[in-house]
Structures are given as C-alpha cells and as structure tokens.
Design a protein around this ligand. Structure first.
Ligand code: URA
Length: 197
C-alpha cells in the first residue's frame, strides 16, 4: 500500500468511529471529520488541535480564520502550503470549540501517530500547547514539562523509528487573529522553521 492508500484507511476508520464522544455531534450537525491535507511526501507536518466550524463543514484543516493566519505565516517564508502536510490531533469538532478532553486525545492520538509514520517528516511543527504536549510526551522528550511560552521557536531533536526528527513548537495561529504582536512572534518562529528546510 502506498502513502495515499494508508491515509485513506485512516480516513475510513475515523468516519466509522462510533466510539468517539464526538461522533454523535458530527452526525447531528452533518459535519465531516477532518483528517489532514497536503503532500503525503512532505518534509514538514503541521499539527493543530482540532477542527473548528469551518473545518468541520468542509473537511479541510485550517480553512477559517486560523487558516488565514497560517497561510500568511507560510507566505512569509515562501513555503507553499501544497508542499507541507497539515493535520490535527482531534479529527472531529469539539462542541463550541472547547478544549479537547484527555479521553479524546487518547482516542484520536493513534491516528495522528500513524499519519506521522506514513509521512516520515523531517520536521514536526506543533501549533498550540495541546499538540506540543502530545508530541513531546509521545516521543518521550525531556522538554515535555516546559510551557509553550518557554519552548516556542526552540529546536527539539528526537528519533522516531530510526529517523532523526526535529520538533518545533509554535504558538497556535488563533492567538494572532486579534493580536499583531503575537503574529510577529509567530513570524520569528517561522524564520526558525525556514532554517530547517
Ligand atoms: N484550529 C485547529 O487547531 N485546527 C484547525 O484545523 C482549525 C483551527
């Protein structure tokens, strides 16, 4: 099976995931699960938190206000979105965009783990504290006790499988929707990202 087949398998499993506490909400609202989008051979995977309303309506990650910030940040380092892969930990929209719950992270996390195994990225760029904490704990990084305020923009090296992989924690683009200072901080961290590719 190639990477696209393996991703389709994940999509089909998530579509049928009746065990999820978010399944009923998805069906009632005619929402779609949001699996991920982009290049299956990407060097960089971006990992957000979970879909908002726009994303759940379209099935496309980061297509609303946060997505416009992400696009601006990618443009600032001349990195086309089509070259990277964008996913979330949580694949279904939590009601009212509330924070994901530990049991939801536990349920959906293994799908993200498989996406990382399929893509074999050189760089994992986490967007926000939930994906940062998940990834640092998942790969047993000593930095896992750090806050996003301490770790954003810091290069963290790990090994996944046999591959040396760089984790780069970034603030979530939503923080910059109404705050231009945060946008500048994010832009500086994207310069670090550019240095990795
Ligand atoms: N916020 C996220 O974390 N992910 C999305 O896909 C959209 C908004």
């Amino acid at each position: 099976m190639d990477r696209t087949d393996l991703m389709r398998q994940i999509r089909d499993e998530v579509i049928a995931l009746k065990a999820s506490p978010l399944y009923q909400y998805r069906i009632e609202n005619r929402y779609k699960p949001v699996i991920g989008q982009g290049n299956h051979d990407a060097d960089i995977i971006f990992i957000g938190e979970g879909p908002g309303k726009n994303e759940a309506e379209t099935g496309v990650p980061f297509c609303g206000a946060s997505g416009r910030i992400l696009d601006e940040l990618l443009a600032s380092i001349e990195l086309p979105r089509a070259e990277v892969y964008v996913a979330n930990i949580i694949k279904d929209r939590p009601p009212g965009n509330r924070d994901p719950r530990p049991e939801e992270i536990e349920l959906y996390g293994p799908f993200l783990d498989r996406q990382i195994e399929i893509i074999e990225p050189r760089v994992i760029a986490t967007l926000g504290r939930f994906s940062m904490t998940y990834i640092l704990q998942r790969y047993n990084c000593p930095e896992q006790t750090g806050s996003i305020g301490q770790l954003h923009g810091k290069i963290i090296k790990t090994v996944i499988g046999e591959r040396s992989t760089t984790i780069l924690p970034l603030y979530h683009p939503a923080v910059a929707v109404y705050n231009r200072n945060m946008l500048n901080d994010l832009k500086k961290d994207f310069v670090v990202l550019k240095s990795l590719i």
